[in-house]
Design a protein around this ligand. Structure first.
Ligand code: SF4
Length: 322
C-alpha cells in the first residue's frame, strides 16, 4: 500500500541576518518527507541546525526559502486562524522539561491550558477527566494532577511535557532532543513510552537528537545533518549496515559496541577539528574541512543531494547515481 506523506520539506532554508555582512545559515536547503505513522529521526552535532529546522517546520520561525507542506497545506502561507488550527495537529516536546513547564502552575493547569486556549472540552469536569486520562497514558496517575513541576524527577517532568503535547490529540509531534537532559537509565523508559503512545494513538514523530544510538532505537528512517545541510537519509537499518557519507561513518564509529572482541578490532574514525561556524561555512562541501576522504572538487562544488539507491539519499562527491 502506498504510504501517505504527512510532511513534505522542500529545500528549506532558515537564515538569521546578524548584520549587513554576517548571515547565519542555520538551515541551508533541506529536503525530506515524513510518512504518516512513522518516526523520522534527525541526527547531528549541536549547532548543526536540527532544532532550528524543527522550529521552522512547526512555523515558530518564518522560513527564508523553501516550503513546508503539512497534510497538503503550506505551513508558511497559512493565515493566523489556519495556523492556530494547525497547532492542534502539530505539537512539540522540548529538551528541558523543567524549563518548558511553568513552575507556578500545577500539572492539571499545565495540561489543561492548551485545551482551554483551543476551546476543547469547555466543560471543566470533562477537561479534568481528560487530564487524568492523559496522566495515566504517560505512566503517571491522577494524584499527580495537583502537584507542581519541582515535585517531580526529570523523567516524570518529561512525561508531563508529553501529556501536555497530547492534550489536543495531535497527529504529528516534533520531539526536540526529548531525552538528552535525562539520565541514561530514564532515557530508554521515555523512548519506550513514546513508542507505546505512537502505537496506541497512530502518531507520527520527527525525533531530533544528537545521539545516533538512541535515534536508531526509535526511528524508521534517519536523516543526518551537518552544518545546516542533510548529508545522508535512509532507513534506520540501512544507515547502520551500509552508511555512505564519511560523516555518518564517523558518527557510527563513535558508538561503543557491547561485544569487547568486536569493539577492540573495529576502526574508529576520529574527526579532526571543530564544527565550522554556520556564519562562514566552507565552500563546496560543508564537511570538507573535517572529511578524511576530501578531494579537490569538494572545495569547489557543493555535492548534489541524490538518491543513490532506492530510498537512500546522500550528498557526497564519492557517489554518483548510475
Ligand atoms: Fe568528503 Fe568530499 Fe564527500 Fe564532502 S563531498 S563528504 S568532502 S568526500
Amino acid at each position: 500500500m502506498e504510504k501517505k506523506v504527512l510532511l513534505e520539506v522542500n529545500n528549506l532554508k532558515k537564515y538569521f541576518f546578524l548584520s549587513k555582512k554576517e548571515t547565519l545559515k542555520a538551515v541551508d536547503g533541506v529536503t525530506f518527507k515524513v510518512f504518516k505513522g512513522e518516526t523520522f529521526g534527525i541526527v547531528g552535532e549541536s549547532g548543526c541546525g536540527k532544532s532550528t529546522a524543527g522550529r521552522t517546520i512547526m512555523g515558530l520561525y518564518d522560513q527564508t526559502d523553501g516550503d513546508v507542506v503539512f497534510d497538503g497545506k503550506n505551513v508558511h502561507s497559512l493565515n493566523k486562524k489556519e495556523k492556530f488550527t494547525l497547532h492542534q495537529k502539530i505539537q512539540m516536546i522540548f529538551q528541558d522539561p523543567y524549563a518548558s513547564l511553568n513552575p507556578r502552575s500545577t500539572v492539571r493547569e499545565i495540561i489543561s491550558e492548551p485545551m482551554e486556549v483551543h476551546g476543547i472540552l469547555p466543560n471543566k469536569q470533562e477537561r479534568l477527566e481528560r487530564v487524568y486520562q492523559l496522566l495515566e497514558d504517560v505512566g503517571l496517575n491522577r494524584d499527580h494532577a495537583n502537584r507542581y513541576p519541582h515535585e517531580f524527577s526529570g523523567g516524570q517532568r518529561q512525561r508531563i511535557g508529553i501529556a501536555r503535547a497530547l492534550a489536543l490529540n495531535p497527529e504529528f509531534i516534533i520531539a526536540d532532543e526529548p531525552i538528552s537532559a535525562l539520565d541514561v537509565s530514564v532515557q530508554a523508559q521515555v523512548v519506550n513510552l513514546l513508542k507505546k503512545l505512537q502505537r496506541e494513538k497512530g502518531l507520527t514523530y520527527l525525533f531530533i537528537a544528537h545521539d545516533l544510538s538512541m535515534v536508531k532505537q526509535i526511528s524508521d528512517r534517519i536523516g543526518v545533518m551537518y552544518l545546516g545541510n542533510l548529508v545522508e537519509l535512509t532507513s534506520s537499518n540501512q544507515l547502520y549496515t551500509n552508511p555512505l557519507h564519511p560523516y555518518t561513518k564517523a558518527l557510527l564509529s563513535a558508538i561503543p559496541i557491547p561485544d569487547p572482541d568486536v569493539e577492540d578490532q573495529r576502526e574508529r574514525i576520529i574527526l579532526e577539528g571543530d564544527l565550522p561556524s554556520p556564519i562562514n561555512p566552507p565552500s563546496g562541501c560543508v564537511f570538507r574541512t573535517r572529511c578524511p576522504a576530501a578531494m579537490d572538487v569538494c572545495a569547489e562544488i557543493k555535492p548534489e543531494w541524490q538518491e543513490i539507491d532506492k530510498d537512500h539519499f546522500v550528498a557526497c562527491h564519492l557517489y554518483k547515481k548510475d
